[in-house]
Ligand binder design. Structure first.
Ligand code: SF4
Length: 392
C-alpha cells in the first residue's frame, strides 16, 4: 500500500523520455500525504518487515520505512555490512572529495537555524571577481576538482551574478554544483548551458507546518516553490539533483520516508539525471535553535545504511558538520563523496581569519591531507573527480 494517495499519478508518467510535459509536481503529492499516517506506518514496522526488506534486491519505500524503524535497530551490523558491500560493487573503492565555495553570506530570509539569517547582525560579503579568483586558487592548490557553490538567498545574488561568475569558475573544475535559492526551469537551463553540472535543493523538512515555523520571512517561506525545485531542475536536464532534509527540525524518520518518496517521484520522471542525498544534522550557529528531534550517531548510521540498501545508484555525501570520529567510521558505510577542510564564510579559503562571517561551525576541521590519510587508512582511495561532462 502506498503512503501517498496520489501515487497513481506516478504510474502515468512516461518513463521512456525525460520530458518537461509531465503533470504532478511533488507538491501535489505532498498535499495528499497525511503526516500522521506516514509516522504511524514506520512505527508499526516489525522484525518480519525488516527481514523482508533485507532479503530484497529492489526495495520500495515501504521497505525503506522498515529499515529506518526501531524494529531494524537489532539488524544494524547486517545493514552496515550490506551497505558497504553494495557501495563497493557500484562505486568501487574510492571516495571523491569536494569543497564548498561560499560566494555570499547575504540573505533575505529568516531561517531559525541559520547564521546567515537576515536579522543576525553580522558583516555581509558577496565575493567579487578578484576575490573569487583568490578562492579558486586556494581551493585548487589543495587538489580539489569538484566544487559546490553556496550562497545565501537574495535577489542581489541571483541569475545576473551567477551568469557572470560561473564562466570564471567553471574552467578550473571538472564538476560544478550549486546550492543556492530555487530558480525557474529556464534559469536552470541557462546555467546548465554555461557549465553547471548539479543542483542541490534541500527541503529541510517535508512537513509544511514545521517548515513555516522555521522559515519566517523571505522567499524561502514559500514551501511549494522549494518543494517543486527538484522537478524544475529535472525538467531543465541538469545532470545531478541533490536532496536533503535538515535532521532535527522534525521527526527524522517521517522526513526521511517523505524524501524517499520524493526520490522515487523524481527518478520516474527524470531518469537521465543522477541523484544524491545528504544527511545534515542541525549544527550550532549564532541565534540557532535546539533540535526538536535528535538523531543519535547510531540512528544516523542506521539511516545511512537504509538509504544505500534502498538505492544502490544513489550518491551519498557527508559534510564536515559531522565530527572527525563519526566521519572516520562513516568512510566505510556507503558514502560516495565527502567535503574536506571546508570554510563556511565567503573568502574563507584565501583568508580564514573572519569567523564572524561563517554560516555554521564545522565539526571536522582537519586538513585535506589529514582527511585523505584517514580515508586511505580505512582501505579506501581518494578521487578528486568522479565524472566528466564529456561522459554524459
Ligand atoms: S538557510 Fe539559506 S535561506 Fe535560510 S538564512 Fe541560511 S542562507 Fe539564508
Amino acid at each position: 500500500m502506498s503512503l501517498i494517495a496520489s501515487s497513481n499519478q506516478m504510474a502515468k508518467v512516461n518513463m521512456l523520455e525525460q520530458s518537461p510535459a509531465v503533470d504532478g509536481q511533488f507538491s501535489q503529492v505532498v498535499e495528499s500525504a497525511d503526516w500522521q499516517q506516514v509516522t504511524r506506518l514506520h512505527h508499526a514496522k516489525t522484525e518480519q518487515n525488516v527481514r523482508q526488506a533485507l532479503s530484497k534486491s529492489k526495495l520500495d519505500v515501504e521497505d525503506f520505512a522498515a529499515l529506518i524503524s526501531p524494529a531494524a535497530e537489532p539488524f544494524l551490523l547486517e545493514m552496515v555490512a550490506k551497505s558497504e558491500q553494495l557501495t563497493l560493487q557500484r562505486f568501487g573503492n574510492a571516495l571523491s572529495l569536494f569543497a564548498p565555495l561560499y560566494l555570499s553570506n547575504t540573505c533575505a530570509n529568516e531561517c531559525t537555524y541559520c547564521g546567515f539569517s537576515m536579522s543576525n547582525a553580522m558583516k555581509r560579503l558577496t565575493l567579487n571577481e578578484t576575490q573569487i579568483g583568490q578562492e579558486v586558487a586556494a581551493i585548487k592548490s589543495k587538489g580539489f576538482d569538484h566544487l559546490l557553490l553556496v550562497t545565501g538567498e537574495t535577489k542581489r545574488v541571483s541569475m545576473p551574478y551567477f551568469e557572470r561568475m560561473i564562466p570564471l569558475i567553471k574552467p578550473h573544475f571538472s564538476q560544478l554544483s550549486m546550492e543556492v535559492q530555487p530558480l525557474e526551469t529556464d534559469e536552470y537551463r541557462r546555467l546548465k548551458g554555461i557549465g553547471l553540472d548539479g543542483v542541490l535543493v534541500y527541503q529541510e523538512t517535508y512537513r509544511r507546518k514545521t517548515y513555516l515555523e522555521h522559515h519566517l520571512r523571505g522567499n524561502k517561506s514559500n514551501f511549494n516553490y522549494r518543494l517543486d525545485a527538484p522537478d524544475r531542475i529535472g525538467q531543465a536536464g541538469i545532470h545531478k539533483i541533490g536532496l536533503g532534509v535538515l535532521l532535527g527540525l522534525e521527526d527524522w524518520r517521517t522526513d526521511s520516508v517523505m524524501m524517499a518518496h520524493h526520490l522515487r517521484h523524481l527518478q520516474k520522471r527524470y531518469w537521465r539525471s543522477r541523484f544524491s542525498v545528504a544527511f545534515p544534522r542541525i549544527r550550532p550557529c549564532k541565534g540557532g535553535i535546539i533540535p526538536k528531534s535528535v538523531i543519535s550517531d547510531r540512528q544516523l548510521v542506521q539511516l545511512i545504511a537504509a538509504w544505500r540498501l534502498f538505492d544502490r545508484d544513489l550518491e551519498m555525501s557527508l559534510s564536515t558538520r559531522e565530527s572527525p570520529e563519526f566521519r572516520h567510521h562513516a568512510v566505510r558505510m556507503g558514502f560516495t563523496t565527502m567535503s574536506a577542510e571546508s570554510k563556511t564564510q565567503p573568502g574563507g579559503y584565501a583568508d580564514d581569519s573572519q569567523e564572524a562571517l561563517e554560516q555554521f561551525e564545522i565539526s571536522d576541521e582537519r586538513s585535506v591531507a589529514d582527511i585523505s590519510a584517514m580515508i586511505r587508512s580505512q582501505g579506501r582511495g581518494v578521487v578528486w573527480k568522479d565524472w566528466d561532462p564529456a561522459l554524459s
